[in-house]
Design a binder for this molecule. Structure first.
Ligand code: PEP
Ligand code: MN
Length: 457
């Protein structure tokens, strides 16, 4: 993340846009804060606080995504469904980083392509919900909307939206970023030392042998190149790591939107890569209006109800000049629907010659509830959607340039199946997510190996 190769590029600024112009549009999935004065105070404080990322880093990511659009890189985006304040803890943060580094090592080695690494973290604190309220035993309270907004406990105090939580979330995001940056700068991601990323499970897993073979092969080629050149191979001792979150809570996002001196225009400096969730991505939604004016690269979740026409008008709104690296389309159709819903979209975007990066989220179209009341996903469905996505892109002459996953470095039991063949009864053992079920470390690595196999076909 260095500024040296980033020169400001002139861009045309969007017309009639301001960081608050979204307020004239319909903003879905927002909390209703009971105390307007407290909200105004919190936002005034946030506007004064330092940003979490810089415009240099944002533009550097945009260039890397532009290269991914050209087939020169693969995007790995992953992390929790929802971060929680309580989980802002050194072990959890470093384990998540470890699993993402291991996956990217598998991808780099298997695909022979550089990987763009983007965490779903340092700000993933606001969640869209299917209902505004939740009723239990005759008591109705506001739904839990993520730690930015309220707390998961089912009582009136926990569920009351509290604007001070945005300030706490900003601080937790800064702590997470600080720790990740310090680890990376200190050589944690050094390819000479993949042993730093060992997780306790590696010795026990069936996948361990395959993983270690790759680590050894990479070690051999690094040593070989170093022997040849007589010096350390450059750039192997540090990697870029970027952050992303769903830019859902618009008052927060607006407060972190800053005009950067000597750059053109406005940046959301709370994250490198904000995305618009499926439920707030209609052309006339406030979220689309907000995203239209910021210069960050942005993602859009594309679900099965999006038609080719709707998608093309979103692309026109959000990237009228076809700027490279600007737009990533994250399709999340579900294993059963991807075959019918995805090809018309791929075809329309290809026909119009629009520049986008297509990536697959095989998680969100495959959520179901078990008979014992757990929200889960079957590994077989996740795998099937991903495999189909590779095949459908190949058949359409487009390219699947990345994946978007919900995962953790912990040994949780939230998704069914995988190498260890988790069954419903296992879900009671280590189900920790407050929102969506995540792949555990082993299932995550399995997905990375699967991507390599599909990519090679
Ligand atoms: C999510 O990414 O956690 C999410 C809610 O996704 P989607 O908007 O695709 O449903
Ligand atoms: Mn989710």
């Amino acid at each position: 993340m260095s500024p040296r190769d980033t020169q400001p590029q002139p861009v045309s600024l969007p017309i009639d846009w301001a960081p608050d112009s979204w307020q004239a549009f319909q903003a879905r999935q927002q909390p209703s804060y009971p105390d307007a004065a407290a909200l105004a105070d919190a936002l005034a404080e946030l506007r004064r606080l330092p940003p979490l990322v810089t415009s240099w880093e944002i533009l550097s990511l945009k260039r890397q995504l532009a290269e991914a659009q050209e087939g020169k890189r693969f995007l790995l985006q992953g992390g929790d469904c929802a971060e929680s304040f309580a989980d802002c803890e050194s072990g959890l943060v470093s384990n998540r980083l470890k699993v993402l580094l291991q996956m990217s090592l598998v991808l780099v080695h298997g695909m022979r392509l550089p990987v763009v690494r983007v965490g779903r973290f340092a700000g993933q604190y606001a969640k869209p919900r299917s209902a505004d309220t939740e009723t239990r035993d005759g008591v109705t309270l506001p739904s839990y909307r993520g730690d930015f907004i309220n707390a998961p406990g089912f009582d009136e105090t926990s569920r009351r939206p509290d604007p001070r939580r945005m300030i706490k979330g900003h601080a937790r995001s800064a702590m997470t970023m600080n720790f990740v940056r310090a680890l990376i700068d200190g050589g944690f991601a050094d390819l000479h030392h993949p042993e730093y990323w060992e997780l306790g499970w590696v010795g026990r897993s069936d996948l361990a042998a395959e993983y270690h073979r790759m680590v050894d092969a990479i070690g051999d080629s690094v040593r070989f190149m170093e022997t040849l050149s007589g010096e350390e191979v450059h750039n192997l001792n540090r990697v870029d790591f970027f952050t992303s979150h769903e830019a859902l809570l618009l008052p927060y996002e607006e407060s972190m939107t800053r005009e950067v001196p000597r750059q053109w225009g406005w940046f959301n400096l709370s994250t490198h890569f904000p995305w618009i969730g499926m439920r707030t991505a209609a052309a006339d939604d406030a979220h689309v209006e907000y995203m239209r004016g910021i210069r960050n690269p942005i993602g859009i979740k594309v679900g099965p109800t999006v038609t080719p026409d709707k998608l093309l008008s979103l692309i026109d709104l959000l990237n009228p000049e076809d700027e490279p690296g600007r737009l990533t389309l994250i399709h999340r159709m579900g294993a059963g629907e991807v075959e019918s819903k995805l090809p018309p979209l791929l075809e329309a975007v290809r026909r119009e010659g629009r520049r986008v990066l297509w990536i697959a989220d095989p998680m969100h179209g495959n959520t179901e509830s078990t008979s014992n009341g757990y929200k889960t996903r079957r590994f077989a469905n996740i795998r099937s959607e991903l495999e189909q996505a590779f095949e459908l892109h190949a058949a359409s002459g487009t390219r699947l340039g990345g994946v978007h996953l919900e995962l953790t470095g912990e040994d949780v039991t939230e998704c069914l199946g995988g190498a260890r063949e988790l069954v419903e009864a296992d879900l009671t053992r280590a189900y920790r997510s407050t929102v969506d079920p995540r792949l555990n470390y082993e299932q995550s690595l399995e997905i990375a190996m699967l991507i390599v196999r599909k990519h090679a076909q």
